[in-house]
Design a binder for this molecule. Sequence first.
Ligand code: TXA
Ligand code: MG
Length: 338
Amino acid sequence: MKTLMLTPCESDIKKAAAILKEGGLVAMPTETVYGLAGNAFDANSSAAIYAAKGRPSDNPLIVHICDAGTVDTIAKAVPDNAARLFDAFWPGPLTVILPKRDIIPYATSGGLDTVGIRFPANKTAQALIRECGFPLAAPSANLSGHPSPTTAQHVKNDLDGRIAAIIDGGICAVGVESTVVSVDEEGHVTLLRPGFVSLEELRDTVGSENVSMARGVVEHIGDGERVLSPGMKYRHYAPDAHVVIVEGSREEYVSFVNARRDENICAMCFGDEQGIKVNCVPYGITPAEQAHSLFDVLRSLDDISADTVYVRCPEKDGLGLAVYNRLLRAAGFETVRC
Ligand code: TXA
Ligand code: MG
């Protein structure tokens, strides 16, 4: 299959919508990462998404809408706290998991009775969903296990020839995937995947007594243990090299990597360190910069033939928690303390 490269102009959005209406797949930009979109109501489209990504079929797809008013047509019940989250963060990088209606096939929900719903802020994504007239199931548009794509080129590198089209909307603004929460019948909110919408903001919106963080966000869950979100159990984002997270002060980090300068290593540093004497790749100083460049840097590590990459540990709150969560997965949870 030849993969068409499209732009976000009106006529190309119409072309992309025509492909989607026929059951084809289109990669679209969102404010978080690129998504691989298909008709969320069509089991065959969802099956094609899993095949194109090489994704395990029990890992559910997020359903993207372009109007918060359509949630009721997809979810069976919307607790008040879920509605509060929509008001506060939609359109934007928040996915809310609710009990699904029958219109969402099990092929889309990964066999679950729940569905993750997101109203993206990206105008191209919104225009595409509107033009289709149905919601779009869209996981990140990478091959399963690879870092999520934040540019059209990343998508092309992974999926060229496997999907009908890619809409090039430039670099994604946020750079890490949406915050994923589930909301139960009583309105309790559980954070399953941290993102741009932080744990602190969720607590401010629905009250801290109503928010908890799932096991698995920052700790390793062993094989065979039950996880709340299937995506938690898969190895993810990992480059070919061995990745280790290094905790400690800036000075301790510099000494730690310099002490290993005779080995074939790379320092994935912030960029504000002085005196690093090994090959280094900066990934940003502030959590926003780190989120923005994280996946591009993880992808670039495969071009450097280091045996081990020592990553300076980011902050663990706010958007830093999202960066830390992705790095833990890239490192297979391997952390050392200076
Ligand atoms: O920002 C994003 O969320 C991007 C863009 C394209 O919207 N999408 C994305 O999708 O990251 P994906 O499939 O790569 O990640 C979705 C995560 C997975 O870890 C999945 O297991 C979890 O959300 N998830 C989705 N639906 C779920 C459900 N019903 N129950 C539990 N976890 C769910
Ligand atoms: Mg993904």
